[in-house]
Design a protein around this ligand. Structure first.
Ligand SMILES: [Zn+2]
Length: 576
């Protein structure tokens, strides 16, 4: 009998590995969070995880062997929320300095007046007031002084501060009223009634143009997005979700895939405009549901759902809250009853969510304030009465301000969330000044979400510049992991509601297995288990043991996707 089995085994296809990692700590992120010494892969798929002895038996003459020398291996990290094409193209026209103070902003405006002809627009985008030293908008007067002969727009999320010429050339004066049916608020001086220059959630009304900018070709986009994806790989990312893709970004990814140059798994939340009439919106959703990247997309590139915008931002003073924001010098709020802005009223949101869920797509909406979060959960709950929503993994994007009830509802309905811990890192000192800690009790309540069984994934909302720590927003996932554990923002030393801190294991899951679930790829990636794809990274420190505030310094040494090495850190040449 024994001889027969040996004979039959010899006839079976060889289980020899083509790639082996040994002598390290393989953090599998399986259900028990098992850590092993070694891992074997064949044709891009994991065939064994275990002790060095067990795995090295699968070695043959052609196997590529990586001696980890004690280093840690994690599943490839995934970012739940990026905007790669616009981020990669941000500095295509000219390098843009980082701006940390009002002076930096005004210096930049002045420098542009020397290049751009008078009368043409100077635009600054996504410099967040919460991150400026002065924690406020540049005023109309300051912008007027810096650029008396140019219209200027300083836009931050959906809001903006503009100068006098910008207001004039957009036809906005004392008597102006919003009549296009869209959301928004033009702030006016309480005494004079003149516009102050603060425009909330209606930058569409500012008639800015960009005539002097260099025009990009598709080859420029492909080159720069490739450069960005290489940088993503260098910090350990093997998967991303583009949370507002459009025809241009899809063409860019498809071109890279066709040329075999797509080095990262990309899932797409397709943008859908919600200002049109409902029939047109339904048509847009159906078109996305029948797109080839939806019906036959691969694990490298596929459409998972749609994205809309439900409210403004917490970095800009327009997130829709359940209680008033409060009068604020930071956000230039003068109305004590102001709660922020809701972009899609209930009666429109419901049919849009329903159509999306009926077509099997994941719905998500930018929902920052607790008011917006509750509105979206209400819509999911209503639809769930007739169609179970859970199979489509309906999502809350950002979901910064939550509540105990919101968490329970997410768990009951199978709602997932896409959250940005780096905003806690960068912005919580300003938010704590604005709201006070008590009102921030359910700010990014990660531990409560984990405990309730809600699948929540970590992401950056990367939208500008290539550079994992200098970009807006920083996409270095180790900074995200660290912040989810410490909840300590910059400029502070104390943790914001440490009861909501994640453990090390949870924080790793947050950027791996959970995001694989958000991408509908949990059967293929996100953990290091037999049968899954060999998407993994080798890192230079043990992030289960090192001091928590050192996690952001973690360096990725190698990155593999489907067993293919897409990044290796080059040794520093010490002789130079
Ligand atoms: Zn975003």
């Amino acid at each position: 009998m024994f001889a027969l089995i040996t004979f039959l085994t010899a006839l079976l296809p060889s289980q020899q590995a083509d790639l082996i990692f040994h002598g390290g700590k393989i953090v599998t992120v399986d259900s028990k969070f098992t850590v092993h010494q070694a891992l074997a892969s064949k044709n891009g798929v994991i065939i064994k995880v275990g002790s060095d002895n067990e795995v090295l038996k699968l070695l043959d003459k052609t196997t590529v062997v990586v001696n980890l020398k004690g280093n840690m291996v994690l599943p490839g990290l995934i970012d739940s929320h990026v905007h790669p094409v616009s981020a990669a193209m941000h500095e295509f026209d000219h390098p843009i300095p980082s701006m940390d103070t009002i002076k930096d902003v005004l210096d930049y405006v002045r420098s542009r007046t020397k290049i751009i002809p008078p009368g043409q627009w100077i635009s600054i985008s996504q410099v967040f007031i919460t991150r400026l030293k002065e924690q406020r908008y540049p005023t109309k007067d300051e912008l007027d002084t810096a650029a008396p002969n140019h219209p200027v727009i300083f836009s931050t999320g959906p809001d903006a501060s503009v100068n006098s010429l910008a207001l004039k050339s957009s036809g906005i004066d004392k008597n102006f009223k919003i009549t296009d049916g869209g959301p928004g608020q033009i702030e006016k001086d309480v005494k004079t009634g003149e516009p102050t220059g603060i425009i909330r959630s209606c930058t569409r009304l500012i008639k800015s143009t960009n005539e002097t900018a260099r025009k990009a070709e598709s080859s420029d986009r492909e080159r720069r997005v490739r450069e960005l994806f290489n940088d993503y790989n260098s910090v350990g990312l093997t998967g991303i979700i583009d949370r507002n893709s459009n025809t241009t970004s899809i063409e860019t990814y498809e071109a890279l895939l066709k040329e075999n140059k797509l080095n990262i798994r990309v899932a797409l939340s397709h943008s859908v405009g919600t200002a049109d009439n409902l029939e047109k919106i339904r048509h847009q959703i159906q078109k996305i549901a029948s797109h080839p990247l939806r019906t036959s997309g691969s694990s490298m590139l596929k459409i998972i759902g749609i994205k809309t915008f439900l409210d403004g931002g917490m970095l800009t003073g327009s997130a829709y809250m359940r209680s008033p924001w409060g009068i604020s010098s930071i956000y230039s709020i003068t109305d004590a009853n102001y709660k922020g802005l809701l972009f899609i009223p209930r009666e429109r949101l419901l049919p849009i969510v329903e159509e999306t869920i009926k077509s099997g797509l994941q719905f998500t909406a930018h929902s920052v304030g607790d008011g917006a979060v509750h509105e979206l959960l209400h819509a999911y709950d209503e639809v769930n009465r007739t169609i179970p929503v859970a199979p489509t993994r309906p999502c809350l994007t950002h979901s910064n301000f939550m509540s105990a009830e919101a968490i329970t509802t997410c768990a009951r309905l199978g709602v997932v969330a896409d959250i940005q811990p780096v905003w806690l890192y960068l912005d919580s000192h300003t938010l704590r000044r604005q709201f006070g800690d008590a009102r921030l009790r359910y700010f990014q309540p990660l531990q409560s979400l984990f405990k309730a069984g809600v699948t929540v994934g970590g992401g950056s909302d990367h939208m500008q510049r290539i550079g994992s720590m200098t970009s807006v927003n920083p996409y270095n996932p180790f900074l995200g992991i660290q912040t989810a554990i410490t909840r300590v923002g910059r400029n502070r030393t104390d943790s914001l509601h440490p009861i909501e801190s994640l453990s090390r294991e949870q924080a790793i899951r947050f950027y791996t297995a959970n995001n694989a679930h958000l991408m509908f790829l949990e059967k293929e990636t996100g953990t290091l288990e037999v049968g899954k794809r060999t998407d993994l990274i080798v890192i230079d420190q043990d992030i289960l043991q090192c001091p928590a505030d050192n996690i952001h310094r973690t360096q990725c040494q190698m990155t593999f996707i489907d067993g293919r090495k897409v990044y290796e850190k080059q040794p520093v040449n010490r002789s130079n």
